[in-house]
Design a protein around this ligand. Structure first.
Ligand code: DAH
Length: 338
């Protein structure tokens, strides 16, 4: 190796060392100018090739080409690793707070409905389903509702131009199930109902009910009371008591309304139970023989009870919610509490 080759090799080593220490694009550029610029060290050495004796020139030329190639490689490698480091520092900000995941949860009405269904299933009830768009026959006629009953009024029920209606209760599912199978029957029907009501703190045009129907031989009101009392205890706690009051529904005889003792005051009387100690839940009764006749069951052989309850009402009692409209506004600050 002659002197010029030795200097070339030394410049290459220096360049490599310098490149190993760079931390920015500006450093890299400075290096490039220092070694490869027009007045750079290697450039100067390449220019001085003219002074090399002719017989040594091929050998020095090969060294010059190798040094140039290695130098370019070293610069390319330095540039690549600098790019990666810059990308890494740009995206990894360890002071950024973690991303909060929005965790979905089921709506309080859905939770209450699921719980109600689970309780009745444990007692041997099977879930049945029916359409939201019902025939007037299933929603009213087969349920023994007189032609002049006020609930049929257009001011109370949503009718479609084709004569059907949006079901006002889950009771028509009773009819559909009995039409489709022989007794015995033990079903619950969870679902949406629709009524032409003006929304206020306790009314909504769209709400949910769960309906129950049990048909067998020798079914009594005491069976109904037992099932509803068990439901009340499982849904609201072991202390809850049940009360029946006489009432009227076209599809049951006798008919009752039932109340649960107020869980908020323990029955002593408070604002929620209007100082009565009792919370009105819904209606029930023994299936009217006219309903059995409508579905082709022999009312001399079969007996049964039926009940229906509003799910929103139970959700509101469980969570001490004062206004039913809160359940439909989808305000996530409200929903996140359940
Ligand atoms: N369908 C009634 C309503 O919406 C509730 C009801 C009462 C259902 C008595 C029943 C029943 O099955 O037997 O007000």
């Amino acid at each position: 190796m002659n002197e010029i080759e030795t200097r070339m090799q030394a410049a290459l080593d220096q360049a490599r060392q310098a490149l190993a220490g760079i931390t920015s694009a500006a450093d890299l550029e400075e290096c490039r100018i220092r070694f490869m610029g027009r007045k750079g060290e290697i450039t100067a050495l390449l220019k001085s090739m003219g002074a090399v004796p002719a017989e040594e020139r091929p050998q020095v030329g090969r060294t010059a080409n190798r040094v140039k190639a290695e130098l370019e490689e070293a610069f390319a490698a330095a540039e690549a690793s600098l790019g990666q480091a810059e990308v890494a520092t740009a995206t990894l900000d360890v002071t950024l707070p973690g991303r909060l995941r929005q965790v979905g949860r089921s709506h309080p009405v859905a939770q209450t409905m699921d719980d109600a269904v689970a309780i009745f299933r444990r007692m041997g009830f099977v879930v049945a389903d029916g359409p939201d768009l019902e025939t007037v026959y299933h929603n009213f006629d087969a349920l023994n509702t007189p032609a002049d009953h006020p609930s049929r009024d257009v001011a109370d029920t949503f009718y479609l131009p084709d004569g059907r209606c949006l079901r006002t209760q889950t009771s028509p599912v009773q009819i559909r199930v009995m039409e489709s199978q022989p007794p015995p029957v033990r079903i619950v029907c969870p679902g949406r109902c629709y009524r032409c009501d003006t929304p206020d703190a306790t009314h909504s045009m769209n709400f949910h009910q769960i309906e129950g129907l049990y048909v067998d031989r020798r079914v009594s009101l005491a069976d109904l009371k037992g099932v509803l009392a068990e439901f009340a205890r499982e849904m609201l706690g072991p202390e809850v008591k049940l009360r029946f009051r006489p009432h009227f529904f076209p599809f049951t005889e006798p008919s009752i309304e039932y109340d649960f003792s107020c869980i908020l005051c323990g029955g002593k009387g408070c604002g929620v139970c209007k100082h009565s100690g009792w919370l009105e839940i819904s209606g029930a009764g023994m299936v009217d023989p006219a309903v059995f006749t409508a579905v082709g069951y022999d009312p001399e052989v079969w007996t049964g009870y039926a009940f229906g309850m509003g799910i929103e009402r139970i959700a509101m009692i469980r969570h001490a919610i004062q206004d039913i409209r809160l359940l439909y506004e989808n305000d996530r600050r409200f929903l996140a509490q359940f």
